[in-house]
Design a protein around this ligand. Structure first.
Ligand code: IPD
Ligand code: CA
Ligand code: CA
Length: 261
């Protein structure tokens, strides 16, 4: 295992312990609203502190982009951190959330680690070296069409959201597939595409810390990822379509037709 992945794994497991340790005291957790339906809790902050401490102990000069603490440092290596993806789920005791850590080097996504502390599931990927779940190689699903697919998504929740366009996409996807899931943790949903539990996923307006690790996992597991224009700029736009190669073509067609309306 690459030394960066070792540290990312250690950091993700430590953050996972912080998250699980507080789960029985949800009523005592301090919560602040960052925006409409966008919350940060004292646990998000504690988990991020734990991750950054672990990284900085090993690599004091590396740059960090953390959801809660922002950008710091100037280095060819940057760690992109979501200490708790699925905060709303967590605060309601809904058991679907994770820690997500990605590492960019010279502007290329090189490593990704996603950890689900409740199921003790550790997803890791390194560019060109494949993707693994608890040390077993994973591949995207073998579904050959939308008709055989379970598709994940995230609802738009910002003030200026375009609900009509989203609903048009959702209607057509719903009519074309086995089912849609809105599980509430984009990073974990992407990991589920990588290991074939979901056949595809789409969401708009995400942040780099939601998608960086998950997208690398999917690519390394043989899947495809793009933004809504069919390009590779999903980290900039936050708009993402991801799936196994066959479903990707069909899902992209449906979404792009409706996104143009
Ligand atoms: C959120 C989750 C959610 C997605 C939101 C994200 P957070 O991240 O990934 O599934 O729909 O867009 O902001 O705030 O829980 O880290
Ligand atoms: Ca997130
Ligand atoms: Ca978060």
């Amino acid at each position: 295992m690459h030394p960066f992945v070792n540290i990312a794994t250690k950091a993700a497991r430590k953050a996972g312990s912080v998250i699980v340790r507080h789960i029985d005291q949800l009523d005592q957790i301090e919560i602040q609203a960052k925006g409409r339906n966008d919350f940060v809790s004292s646990v998000d902050k504690l988990a991020e502190e734990e991750i950054i401490y672990t990284i900085k102990t090993a690599y004091p000069d590396h740059a960090i982009l953390g959801e809660e603490s922002g950008q710091s440092g100037d280095n060819e290596v940057q760690w992109i951190i979501d200490p708790l993806d699925g905060t709303t789920n967590y605060l309601h005791g809904f058991p679907h959330f994770c820690v997500s850590i990605a590492i960019k080097q010279d502007n290329m996504l090189e490593h990704g680690v996603i950890y689900d502390p409740l199921r003790n599931e550790l997803f890791i990927a390194t560019r060109g070296r494949g993707a693994r779940l608890n040390d077993v190689r994973i591949r995207v699903s073998k579904a050959r069409s939308m008709q055989q697919s379970l598709i994940g998504t995230g609802f738009p929740y910002r003030q200026d959201k375009d609900v009509e366009t989203y609903l048009a996409c959702m209607k057509e996807v719903m009519d074309s597939c086995h089912g849609i899931r809105r599980a509430g943790s984009a990073a974990l949903d992407l990991a589920y595409v990588a290991c074939g539990r979901l056949d595809g996923f789409w969401e708009a307006d995400l942040q780099p810390w939601d998608t960086a690790a998950g997208c690398l996992l999917i690519k390394e597991a043989g899947g495809m990822v793009s933004d809504f224009n069919g390009e590779d700029k999903f980290l900039d736009s936050g708009n993402i379509i991801a799936a196994n190669p066959k479903v990707f073509i069909q899902l992209t067609k449906i979404l792009r037709k409706n996104l143009k309306n």
